[in-house]
Design a protein around this ligand. Structure first.
Ligand SMILES: [Zn+2]
Ligand SMILES: [Zn+2]
Length: 411
């Protein structure tokens, strides 16, 4: 079972507490739709990870077994610390290449697609990272870090990075120069000129100082978060695929194999061309066009979806491949319809209706629910929840009651 299951309640509670504090301190600094969008990306990435991690971790295990040059003992704390530093070093390069190579950026862009910066942004994770991410950790397998130790240090490195996604913690003195901290990670998420391609570290910012990619946060220049070619959507499926789609289009248009390859393996944004000068005054933040009622409906569906995700992750081991695919897809469709509801798309309500009917039918006729022979009273309760959701959905105001929050932020 994914250890992330245990972290989910901690994540959600801390996101909630931070949201309450931030909204009191600075109005407009927290956006419910954006945070929900981030959380949806997180759920999507866990769903995808349940399948793809098996592939990338499988490669690690195979390389460790057949090609390792040494064997590290697992029981010593010192060895564990060295392995963590080793992982962090590989992470630095995986992350840096994620920004410098177009096809890797296509996966990593998800994490940068929010124009806000808070704990929910940390959960905005890619669903396609397992495609190529494993390559950067092969030195660990070859040098003999056991798969178990690799998993443990990988989890520590990932969980460490959660707390650095906040504007609530200011400068931390010398720590900002040794560890990845909120201050230097804010820079990493900025689209200001001075922030681009800086501060890639996972736990240690020392790598950036060593390899020349470190820059200190500037108090006099407000950071505008996000990327210069913005997603402007809450749809987590499109959010995971849009850069791949751009690359595909560009590579079809490119002439000759060399230029086609350069599209995928060159720097993001079609390399060679001088980037357009950036005008911070032209930046407007993307905002939801959905009504308040729709947002709260999505919050409720998110809560239900999260329980479904936890059940999915717990049951992943006992479900057959077909069951996992079917139930995983059903949860994913919910993320999609919630995303388009937030965007205020015209087709969102019919799509959500179809999803709720599908969920009801699945609960009524599936021989097993996520690998378990769920008792009839449970099934009936869940079908009633879907029915109630449908009733609420059709009573929601269809016209937006809030204006898009395209706030000019330049100061
Ligand atoms: Zn990044
Ligand atoms: Zn980040």
């Amino acid at each position: 079972m994914s250890p992330i299951v245990y972290a989910i309640p901690v994540f959600l509670l801390s996101v909630l507490i931070e949201a309450l504090i931030v909204s009191r301190v600075r109005k407009g600094a927290y956006d419910l739709a954006d945070a929900l969008g981030s959380l949806n990306f997180g759920v999507m990435s866990q769903l995808a990870g349940a399948g793809t991690k098996l592939l990338s971790f499988g490669i690690y295990v195979a390389v460790y077994h057949f090609a390792r040059m040494a064997t590290w003992p697992e029981t010593s704390l010192a060895v564990g610390i060295v392995a963590l530093v080793f992982y962090d070093f590989c992470y630095y390069w995986a992350h840096r290449m994620g920004h410098e190579v177009a096809v890797l950026w296509a996966a990593h862009v998800v994490h940068h697609s929010s124009e806000y910066f808070n704990l929910s942004t940390a959960l905005r994770q890619t669903s396609t990272g397992a495609l190529f991410g494993w390559i950067f950790y092969m030195p660990m397998a070859i040098l003999g870090v056991s798969p178990t130790l690799f998993l443990i240090v990988g989890l520590i490195d990932l969980l460490y990075q959660y707390w650095v996604h906040t504007e609530l913690i200011g400068r931390l003195g010398w720590l900002d120069r040794v560890l990845v901290t909120p201050s230097n990670h804010r820079v990493h998420h900025g689209q200001n000129d001075y922030c681009l391609d800086r501060n890639y570290g996972g736990i240690l910012i020392l790598w950036d100082r060593l390899f020349g990619t470190f820059v200190d946060e500037r108090a006099e220049e407000r950071i505008l978060y996000g990327v210069r070619t913005p997603l402007r959507a809450y749809n987590p499926i499109w959010g995971n695929l849009h850069v791949y789609a751009d690359l595909w289009r560009s590579s079809v248009q490119a002439h000759g194999i060399k230029s086609k390859l350069a599209v995928w393996l060159g720097p993001p944004g079609g390399g060679g061309k001088a980037p357009a000068p950036w005008d911070r005054n032209a930046f407007t933040r993307f905002g939801a066009k959905s009504s308040k009622g729709v947002r709260f409906y999505v919050v409720a569906q998110y809560a239900i979806g999260n329980l479904a995700l936890v059940a999915f992750l717990i049951q992943a081991g006992v479900m057959s491949g077909v069951e996992a695919l079917a139930w995983g897809a059903l949860i994913a469709v919910g993320l999609l319809t919630q995303g388009v509801l937030l965007e205020g798309a015209a087709w969102a309500r019919p799509a959500e209706t179809a999803r709720l009917v599908l969920v009801g039918v699945a609960l009524a006729v599936a021989p097993r629910v996520m690998g378990s022979a769920l008792a009839v009273p449970w099934r009936v309760t869940l079908i009633l929840v879907a029915g109630l959701s449908l009733t609420v959905l059709w009573r929601l105001q269809s016209t937006p009651t809030t204006t898009p929050e395209t706030v000019g932020l330049a100061r």
